[in-house]
Design a protein around this ligand. Structure first.
Ligand SMILES: N[C@@H](CCC(=O)N[C@@H](CS)C(=O)NCC(=O)O)C(=O)O
Length: 213
């Protein structure tokens, strides 16, 4: 089976990279150079008309959306236990990932590119401030869930990989995180994982190769 991950540095394709690494899958990475508009070319739009990463092509069949990719990887490589085994817990994990994808990520995107969401001249600071407040509300809830625990469930799962990326992105926007001790401890714990260290090293290499740094 050929697994091809379409990936861009900094982007949430990091989540799929971590999950594939944790699963022990043999996969190749096709970097997508956002800064040169590679995601807007006819070739890439044929893979994902919504011009986003990640895409995991499984024997050429494109699978989009981090939650779906994580679920597929978890089912394909069950030994990695990327999702909890208990049926309720498994769906609860999917619920958490869906929350990060639909309830956290869009606010982070507003901070990154406020004019894509409100094009009123001079509105960027207000869009960013409001998005930051929504991120804060979500991080407060996540911090409470992580109290007294190493991971969202009783072992590392794809949920932790997804949340790691959200917090990482927040640090890149210098959002204040001091009020979330459990979230910060989780972030530091995640940075110790081999899969996370691998993707961070890969990101650096790719940024160099793409001429971003
Ligand atoms: N819900 C999607 C979000 C994917 C997404 O928004 N990816 C961003 C990077 S973090 C992207 O590719 N943006 C480029 C674009 O929208 O043109 C997922 O979780 O996979």
């Amino acid at each position: 089976m050929r697994l091809q991950l379409f990936y861009s540095p900094i982007a949430c394709s990091m989540v799929a990279y971590i999950n594939l690494t944790e699963s022990g899958a043999d996969f190749e990475v096709s970097p997508v150079n956002f800064r040169e508009g590679a995601h807007l070319t006819p070739e890439y739009l044929a893979i994902n008309p919504l011009h986003k990463v990640p895409v995991l092509a499984v024997d050429g069949r494109p699978l989009t959306e981090n939650v779906a990719i994580a679920t597929w990887v978890a089912r394909q490589y069950p030994k990695a236990k990327l999702l909890p085994a208990d049926p309720f817990e498994e769906v609860a994990a999917i619920s958490r990932m869906s929350w990060f994808a639909s309830g956290v990520h869009p606010h982070l995107s507003r901070i990154n590119a406020p004019l894509k969401f409100c094009d009123v001249p001079g509105s960027e600071p207000a869009t960013r401030r409001l998005a930051g407040e929504y991120v804060a509300e979500n991080f407060r809830a996540a911090d409470a869930l992580l109290k007294g625990r190493d991971f969202f469930f009783d072992h590392f799962t794809a949920v932790d990989a997804h949340f790691f990326w959200c917090v990482r992105r927040a640090t890149q926007y210098n959002l204040p995180l001091d009020g979330y001790p459990n979230l910060l401890a989780h972030f530091e714990r995640m940075k110790q994982r081999a899969s996370v260290q691998k993707v961070l090293a890969f990101e650096k290499e790719t940024e160099k190769a793409l001429g971003w740094v």
